[in-house]
Design a protein around this ligand. Structure first.
Ligand SMILES: *Cc1c(COP(=O)(O)O)cnc(C)c1O
Length: 410
């Protein structure tokens, strides 16, 4: 315990141990050190603010790595989970629950119809997609084309699907059957298709790759290629999905419909959950016994997922995402002309990437010192995934501070 040693204590007296110091000590002894963590212990969140163990408040423009789509502890999700937790926490998928059925319907009705398989994370949703691609096509077809700079999760298959060498180091041999194309290069994809190709798996907007928006016609070209060769076109919407881009799903910005779509991150507003959606016809290939998830579609996740959809509709948040996007654009886009070290600003709805020619880690660090939470990806890209519930006032406040820090980062 921290002890007060009187107001006349000399500065050389041992500094009082903070709550944060105590937490760090636990981690150092007992938690696997596979994450780089900021030197902050978070204890509470509300909307786009979080508080740390020392009582400091931060403005969070990257809430929950994009999972907290409606900000921290949105009232409707809190209420839905609280009500459900007293009724039924978990039952396995050998039983029916109304929650899972209604959640599947809600997602299907806002996407391309079809049916849902539920799991707990993005990597799991993509695992299901990879297995489905192999099961749905003839056994001789097993190859999946994925894209450089893409990100699909950390299971071994999803890591292999992730065409970024830094994630592969030391893990070999990786899973067979993945081939990589440059993002945006339709001719290169066409060259990779052969009689063993089963599917194309792509993020319609690359998130971790630095908020990369596909060139005009690229996704439509993939759709055409998939149709010609009877491949499954599978969109990883784990980061772009669920309203973040101003549409329910990222693909709806481009008018190109996939055969399979994967969701996680924001789908339950911060509660763990994931899903795969596909047409009823393709869904038949995921035969009983071939795939499963113990916690997938559990009542807590399902009710959280339904609450997210309800909130987005009741508060008109798809339109709000577009309005907020304009505010971010009005502050950030001029930086390209203003600062030599700002290469490009890429914005689609509330997926925002600011590519610098200097390390973005410094920007993140300075922002943290000034109590603003943003993210860095691909070394030089400042990434924001703000909540759809952010107020105009906080959007302006966050942008002004961020612009100041970026200008000074030359
Ligand atoms: C985060 C992410 C994943 C992995 O999700 P997990 O829940 O961490 O397994 C997969 N795909 C995309 C596009 C992501 O952004």
């Amino acid at each position: 315990m921290a002890t007060a040693s009187g107001s006349n204590a000399s500065p050389s007296a041992a500094a009082a141990k903070t709550k944060h110091d105590e937490v760090v000590a636990l981690f150092e002894q007992y938690v696997v050190p596979n994450y780089k963590r900021y030197p902050v212990t978070l204890v509470r969140g509300s909307g786009s603010h979080v508080w740390d163990s020392e009582g400091q408040r931060y403005l969070d423009l990257f809430p929950g790595w994009g999972c907290n789509l409606l900000g921290h502890c949105p009232a409707e999700v809190v209420r839905a989970v609280r009500d459900q937790v007293e009724q039924l926490i978990h039952v396995p998928n050998t039983w029916y629950t109304e929650s899972q059925g209604r959640w599947a319907a809600a997602l299907a009705q806002r996407s391309f119809g079809g049916q849902a398989f539920f799991c707990n994370s993005g990597a799991e949703a993509n695992e299901a997609a990879i297995k489905l691609a192999r099961l749905h096509t003839p056994e001789s077809r097993y190859k999946i084309i994925t894209f450089e700079g893409g990100f699909h999760g950390r299971t071994l298959a999803a890591t292999t699907a992730t065409a970024q060498p830094k994630y592969h180091a030391g893990l070999g041999p990786l899973m067979a059957g993945f081939v990589y194309a440059p993002f945006g290069d339709l001719a290169a994809v066409a060259d990779l298709v052969d009689e063993e190709t089963a599917a194309i798996l792509i993020e319609p907007i690359q998130g971790e790759g630095g908020i990369r928006i596909p060139p005009d016609g690229f996704l439509a070209g993939l759709r055409q290629l998939a149709d010609e060769h009877e491949l499954l076109l599978m969109f990883d919407e784990v980061q772009a999905g669920c309203g973040r881009t101003g549409h329910w799903f990222g693909y709806q910005n481009f008018g190109v419909t996939p055969d399979v779509m994967t969701l996680a991150k924001s789908v339950c507003g911060g509660v763990a959950g994931g899903a795969l959606l596909t047409t009823a016809e393709i869904a038949k290939s995921l035969r009983p016994g071939m795939h499963a998830s113990t916690f997938g579609g559990n009542p807590l996740a399902a009710e959280a997922g339904l609450a997210v959809i309800r909130t987005i509709e009741e508060q008109n948040l798809l339109q709000r995402a577009s309005e907020l996007s304009e505010i971010f654009g009005s502050h950030l886009s001029p930086l390209v002309d203003e600062c030599e070290h700002v290469r490009e600003v890429r914005i689609l709805g509330l997926m925002i990437g600011i590519e610098l020619s200097v390390p973005a880690t410094n920007v993140v660090q300075t922002c943290l010192e000034r109590k603003l939470l943003v993210n860095c990806t691909q070394e030089t890209v400042v990434r924001l995934l703000p909540a759809l519930t952010l107020s105009d006032e906080l959007a302006h406040e966050g942008c002004q501070l961020l612009c100041e820090v970026i200008r000074a980062a030359a």
